[in-house]
Design a protein. Structure first.
Length: 204
């Protein structure tokens, strides 16, 4: 699939993030760590930036991926070690970036993931997320589930979220989203719909 052609023909791609072998449809661009059938971009979604241009996607989805994304920042010892290797001319900065992505970034990985989805979406593009509720057996049973969240988590990404008056957003100040919808069961899944807000200095 030629992403450049899709950008011209359709004005943007539909991006299925972490699609695995079950991409949303043939007209979607699938990105996954594994080179499975239907995967168009083989890439680790926790390695930033993604190999996609700014504002290329009209919409994005991810299903049962967010709970696998590390919530913590990269180990600062790794950043120090990479810098030491660069200083000793053992590797170049380009080689470090090719292997690790933006290795100097200390943003928690989940926050950076949300920022990266924001980057690749067009203004007002929507992002649909399905994941297990943080209190659910589905979250707790899988040893690879390392990022628990609940229905309040998404207010941290919305500077104008009404219930908290945007106060939660100002704790971390990620790229701005509009929280459009959340449905959940503490014993089951959550479905979240976000829309990319246009950046505004007043949010910060």
């Amino acid at each position: 699939m030629n992403i450049a052609d899709l950008l011209i023909e359709r004005g943007g791609i539909q991006l299925d993030i972490g699609c695995g072998g079950n991409k949303q449809g043939a007209d979607w661009v699938g990105m996954d760590l594994r080179a499975l059938p239907g995967v168009d971009i083989v890439h680790d979604v926790t390695m930033f930036p993604w190999p996609l241009p700014d504002g290329c996607a009209v919409r994005a989805i991810c299903s049962h991926l967010v709970e696998h994304i590390p919530p913590h920042p990269p180990d600062p010892r790794l950043r120090a070690f990479v810098q030491l290797m660069i200083d000793k001319n053992a590797i170049t900065e380009d080689e470090a970036r090719a292997s690790l992505g933006d290795w100097q970034d200390s943003t928690p990985r989940f926050m950076r993931f949300m920022d990266e989805v924001w980057r690749v979406l067009k203004p007002l593009g929507q992002f649909a997320i399905t994941l297990p509720h943080g209190y659910s057996p589905g979250q707790l049973q899988d040893p690879s589930h390392i990022n628990a969240s609940n229905e309040a988590t998404w207010a941290y990404f919305d500077p104008l979220e009404q219930q908290a008056g945007g106060l939660l957003y100002r704790i971390y100040k990620p790229r701005p989203w509009e929280l459009q919808h959340v449905t959940w069961s503490p014993a089951g899944n959550m479905e979240v719909l976000m829309r990319k807000r246009i950046d505004d200095p007043s949010y910060y």
